[in-house]
Design a protein around this ligand. Structure first.
Ligand code: DGI
Ligand code: FE
Ligand code: FE
Length: 190
């Protein structure tokens, strides 16, 4: 676990205090879900710790960083800039934090939108991000917290649905992948 210690220190210097606290919440929640579902604990802790590693600086700064590292952003990503930190995060986790494990990098890459056919680790990070103890209380959250530990696919479905409802209500552009996640998990039985 020596590497995790180093990552902790680096992130504490990079992220704002609130974001760092959220990151720790996601890390421990991901660890708990990994214990529940027999997922690799160290992978879950590492992905949880790093999932928002690109979420510092303004959106403009994040776009600049993408340019600098030759990360191509699709038009849709520029229209939904909240998604940029996930793609950039997967890149930084690999290049700046030395993570080679593609399962961890994918969990970071898809933590905001989810995707159809998520791996168990993807689901754990997607849910841990939503349910960690520091999240502001919103209607439906207690049920998703319960479902995360009892019926993980149903939890993913309700989390995606709640996100879509929230985006529709606040009239924000919706990424196709966010929709596909919901459509897939609405009917999935795996
Ligand atoms: O980085 P966090 O704040 O911890 O959480 P996150 O990465 O899940 O999401 C950041 C925001 O992105 C959150 O308010 C939900 C939003 N989001 C997810 N899918 C979409 C989206 N925003 C837009 N505009 N469109 C989407 O498809
Ligand atoms: Fe995020
Ligand atoms: Fe997050």
């Amino acid at each position: 676990m020596a590497d995790l210690e180093k990552i902790h220190k680096k992130l504490e210097n990079k992220l704002k205090k609130d974001r760092y606290q959220h990151t720790l919440g996601v890390m421990y929640t991901a660890g708990s879900l990994a214990m529940r579902y027999n997922e690799n604990l160290e992978e879950a802790l590492t992905a949880g710790l790093l999932h928002d590693c690109a979420k510092y600086g303004s959106i403009k700064d994040q776009i600049k960083q993408c340019k600098k590292h030759q990360i191509k952003l699709e038009k849709a990503e520029l229209e939904v800039p909240a998604l940029i930190h996930a793609k950039l995060g997967a890149y930084l986790a690999e290049k700046k934090y030395g993570i080679e494990n593609p399962r961890i990098l994918d969990a970071i890459r898809y933590h905001t939108t989810g995707r159809p056919h998520m791996s168990l680790l993807d689901k754990i990070i997607y849910l841990a991000d939503y349910i960690e103890p520091g999240r502001k209380m919103i209607p439906g959250l207690p049920e998703i917290r319960y479902l995360a530990f009892t019926d993980i696919n149903q939890a993913v479905c309700q989390c995606a649905e709640a996100t879509l409802n929230y985006l529709e209500k606040s009239k924000r552009p919706i990424d196709p992948m966010t929709k596909r996640t919901y459509e897939y998990y609405r009917t999935v039985e795996e």
